[in-house]
Ligand binder design. Structure first.
Ligand SMILES: [Zn+2]
Length: 397
């Protein structure tokens, strides 16, 4: 949701330009400040930003994207296993032609992943798990071919970072690279000429020519939320990664029909699931993805719509509910910047707003990056924001 001022909006940010009466009311009755979801020197990813927002120090807990996705799929990693994100990709003419294999369907992927398991499992210490579309997981067992330390430390490149580029210079590096590269090589022979690909080519679609392994790590060492903060809770999200953090934290992960991670998501269903959960649990975490996705597309109009929709369909009913009850706090916060100007993420402090018992009124009238920057409140260790949220006292100024 957070962004920089844009010329096209006369120097305003999308939050400042969008209609956000509920968030503005939340700020007027509560506090606004800044917090840093991305620790200095770490990449501004949703994995790291959301760990902070959940109250986990990314420096101590982050072990890769794949292990959290594995947790969400119910895949428990043994101590000697390392999970890799396994994209089905289209390599052509020595280049990363398409990191999604033309957004290959899950049904097609399931057939290809089965073929990969059949061919590679006998030769390599690996098991593949079908995910959604082009996004799968490979679980590699440590052994003679590579230690778990070497597997975890291998330098792997996200395929979406090298679209259109020569991929040879981006193949895995490090001690375990021989094994990882060998599996990727072998996959190309299995996938070449596979009936699923023959059919895709005949329909003018990109075939899945190779697996691409990246984002790996061991099982994250995360204390249960209940142990850390003494609270029970639930997570509502359309995104595997966020749900995976919830699983690792020991929170209830609620499935909401029609939660898409896009502008057409089922906002009412998400809010209703969260408020129902609060009848028996202490904390509900509602994650909305559309402001991020629309910013990745560089669409100012759609990002403003996503923010206005979030305000109207998520913040407004939650704030009204909390106002009626009088015993509930509401926190609004992005997990990182996603910039219209670059169509990608950025680090740095983002605005949060906190309302509820014990939180003094700020006297401010708007939720925005600029108002937060002049608030005098900056939580540098972003994972400490949750203490202000859950604590009895007001956030430290
Ligand atoms: Zn993003």
């Amino acid at each position: 949701m957070a962004d920089y001022p844009l010329d096209a909006l006369d120097g305003r940010t999308p939050i400042e330009a969008a209609a956000t009466p509920a968030m503005d009311r939340l700020v007027a009755q509560g506090t606004i400040g800044q917090y840093c979801p991305i620790p200095e020197g770490m990449p501004p990813g949703s994995d790291i930003g959301n760990l902070s927002l959940f109250g986990y120090d990314p420096r101590a807990t982050f072990s890769g994207r794949a292990p959290m996705e594995a947790a969400n799929q119910g895949i428990a990693l043994a101590a000697d296993e390392v999970a890799f994100r396994c994209n089905l990709v289209t390599l052509a003419d020595g280049r990363m032609h398409d990191f999604t294999s033309g957004h290959i369907t899950t049904d097609e992927s399931r057939v290809l992943v089965a073929a990969l398991n059949e061919a590679l499992a006998a030769e390599f210490p690996v098991a593949f798990n079908t995910g959604v579309s082009y996004r799968h997981l490979a679980v590699v067992r440590a052994g003679a071919a590579a230690s778990d330390d070497a597997l975890a430390a291998a330098q792997c490149t996200p395929p979406h970072d090298i679209t259109g580029q020569d991929y040879a210079g981006y193949l895995p590096e490090g001690e375990a690279s021989t094994l990882i590269r060998a599996m990727m090589d072998r996959s190309r022979a299995v996938l070449a000429g596979h009936p699923v690909n023959v059919d895709r080519i005949a329909r003018g679609l990109s075939p899945a020519t190779s697996i691409w392994l990246w984002g790996q790590g061991r099982a994250p060492k995360m204390a249960r939320y209940a142990e850390l903060y003494g609270k029970t809770g639930a997570v509502v999200s359309a995104v595997d990664l966020v749900k995976g953090i919830g699983v690792c934290a020991g929170l209830q992960v609620l499935d909401v029909p029609g939660a898409t991670g896009w502008l057409d998501t089922n906002y009412a269903g998400k809010v209703s699931a969260a408020l129902t959960a609060l009848e028996t649990l202490d904390v509900a975490f509602i994650h909305v993805e559309a402001p991020d996705e629309t910013a990745h597309q560089g669409r100012i109009d759609l990002k403003m719509q996503a923010i206005a929709d979030f305000d109207r369909h998520v913040v407004a009913p939650c704030l009204a509910w909390a106002e009626r009850r009088g015993d509930t706090r509401v926190l609004v916060a992005p997990d990182h910047f996603t910039l219209i100007s670059t169509k990608t993420h950025a680090g740095g402090p983002v605005p949060f707003a906190l309302y509820g018992p014990g939180v003094p009124a700020s006297g401010q009238t708007a939720y925005s990056e600029g108002v937060a920057a002049t608030s005098g409140i900056l939580i540098r260790d972003g994972h400490r924001l949750v203490r202000a949220f859950l604590g009895d006292a007001a956030p430290a100024l």
